[in-house]
Design a protein around this ligand. Structure first.
Ligand code: COA
Length: 158
């Protein structure tokens, strides 16, 4: 069987230790993992696309089979263009399931040859989300346990 490339899409605004944990787990399962930072997701992002990509690159720099890319347009199109046969998503809690199930089914309708697979992050990260991290940082809270130091610095300076 050919080596399997997996694509892990998200807004990553910003990338957190929860995302990083998932990337680490995926990197040990797949030949290559593409962390795909979405340009247009309908979310009003705190960080520009270039900043989100740079932070994701910094956070994943030590994992040799991970590449960070950005994309606009349909996820399945970038997956196909980059030879990814698997879309990876994290399931933190039951509350994630409904949306993720819908996304997975729609992506399957758009590209039946690409499978969605779910990974569970470490239980210590199940309560983390990018918007909570931004809120805590904005209110002067300590986010150092939840994000890489480069992300913490970026949050402080914006
Ligand atoms: N650890 C910590 N947080 C996590 C996490 C993990 N393992 N997994 C998800 N999250 C959080 C994120 O921080 C984010 O939190 P926030 O909403 O507070 O910012 C939330 O869960 C979900 O965000 P994310 O994982 O970035 O996904 P998303 O829903 O923003 O991204 C895309 C969705 C980019 C995958 C989707 O919009 C997409 O595919 N877009 C491309 C266009 C397309 O193809 N559309 C058709 C789809 S069928």
């Amino acid at each position: 069987m050919n080596p399997v490339v997996a694509i892990y899409p998200g807004t990553f605004d910003p990338i957190t230790n929860g995302h990083a944990d998932l990337v680490q787990r995926a990197a040990s399962c797949f030949e290559k993992v593409l962390v795909a930072v979405a340009g247009s997701t309908g979310k009003n992002t705190r960080f520009s696309l270039a900043e989100r990509v740079d932070l994701a690159k910094t956070v994943t720099a030590s994992i040799s089979n991970v590449e960070v890319i950005s994309f606009d347009g349909l996820l399945v199109e970038i997956a196909r263009a980059r030879g990814a046969r698997v879309i990876l998503r994290g399931l933190r809690a039951v509350s994630d399931f409904e949306y993720e199930f819908q996304l997975a089914n729609m992506n399957r309708k758009l590209a039946c040859d690409i499978e969605t697979m779910f990974l569970a992050p470490d239980e210590g990260y199940t309560y983390i989300s990018s918007s909570l991290i931004r809120e805590i940082s904005d209110l002067g809270g300590d986010v150092s346990r939840f994000v890489h130091p480069a992300v913490e610095a970026a949050l402080r300076s914006c």
